[in-house]
Design a protein around this ligand. Sequence first.
Ligand SMILES: Nc1ncnc2c1ncn2[C@@H]1O[C@H](COP(=O)(O)OP(=O)(O)OP(=O)(O)O)[C@@H](O)[C@H]1O
Ligand SMILES: [Mg+2]
Length: 368
Amino acid sequence: MSPKKNKNQTSSQSNEATENKAVAETEKQEVEQVTNSDLDTKKGGGAEQDSQKEQDSKVEKDSAKSEESSKSPKEALAKSKEDKDSPVVADAEDTPINDDFSARIIVVTSGKGGVGKTTTAASISTGLASKGHKTVVVDFDVGLRNLDLIMGCERRVVYDFINVLNGEARLNQALIKDKHVDNLYILAASQTKDKDSLSYAGVGKVLKELSDMGFEYIICDSPAGIEAGALIALYYADAAIVTTNPEISSLRDSDRILGILYAKSRRAVNNKESVDCKLLLTRYDVDRVTKKDMISLEDINSLLRIPVLGVIPESKEVLKCSNDGIPVILNQKCDAGKAYQDAVERLLGKEMPLRFTTEKTFFQKIFG
Ligand SMILES: Nc1ncnc2c1ncn2[C@@H]1O[C@H](COP(=O)(O)OP(=O)(O)OP(=O)(O)O)[C@@H](O)[C@H]1O
Ligand SMILES: [Mg+2]
């Protein structure tokens, strides 16, 4: 089986891509496989974004279903399979891998969509790698594939996670070396919607192989809600960055995700120490909190009751960096970049005071 080709490719691009596959196998050099119109489609995201909105609106319904279902992930998947609304399709024989992995698997998760998970996965993985930790960031959001855009490597995607799961490419062919920092690799999601290829067994095998390759951290960028990719990523998590916006719908959905992490993860099912869950509050706007338009950090803390990894302020620089394909952590002039850097330090065990959670003084406004 050969990996699926892009519909918009011309025959000359196709030839070029074929040649480049060979190059990628040996040198993993940059190739121009994705056309600009593809990128526009991904960024504009008409039909796909609509389907994301539909998915977001289903989170509450899906979460409730998940709470009712049994504790075994296999049973949870089987139950979802019966449900016509659910995108989760899994084989009854899909047995997860329950070995201990040497790599630390950190899932960036949320119940609600569009809260900043991919932005966070890109910055946290870049931050860990720039501190010298061999890191891989894996896009579990099959069908949407945003991570490679934010990491600025979309043109280098030749093989993806689904190709590896389907046996169409070896892992080292699909791993893309990051161009911004050393020690960082990206495993992109497929742009097509073949989510059926995601299985507990298949994903576990890939994670095990990454772990055996010597990666210290495997950062999983989860899709929103509890579709297959999200449930599988949650299952394998050693730690979770629960990404939440300071609004009630986001909080409520994060609380449900915490329930799944504590009840249905590999650690929970195998009676191991529970998943290390940390709260990352994103798009925090001090002015709006002061005006009581947004929930304050204190209130969120008392509701979720998990340690705070960081508070990322609302910043126009985030979208600007994403459009430039640069993780915002690399922009240490903006507050969001600094806040992500602090979060990385905390993830590595350093005590750092929270910044950007109170109104700036007159002098801070003038001198930054
Ligand atoms: N701190 C921030 N300040 C301003 N905008 C932000 C911030 N964090 C994220 N955003 C913006 O929010 C939008 C959603 O971000 P992102 O794609 O990271 O969310 P997501 O949770 O991965 O979404 P999905 O659930 O669709 O995968 C993007 O336009 C991003 O630029
Ligand atoms: Mg995302």
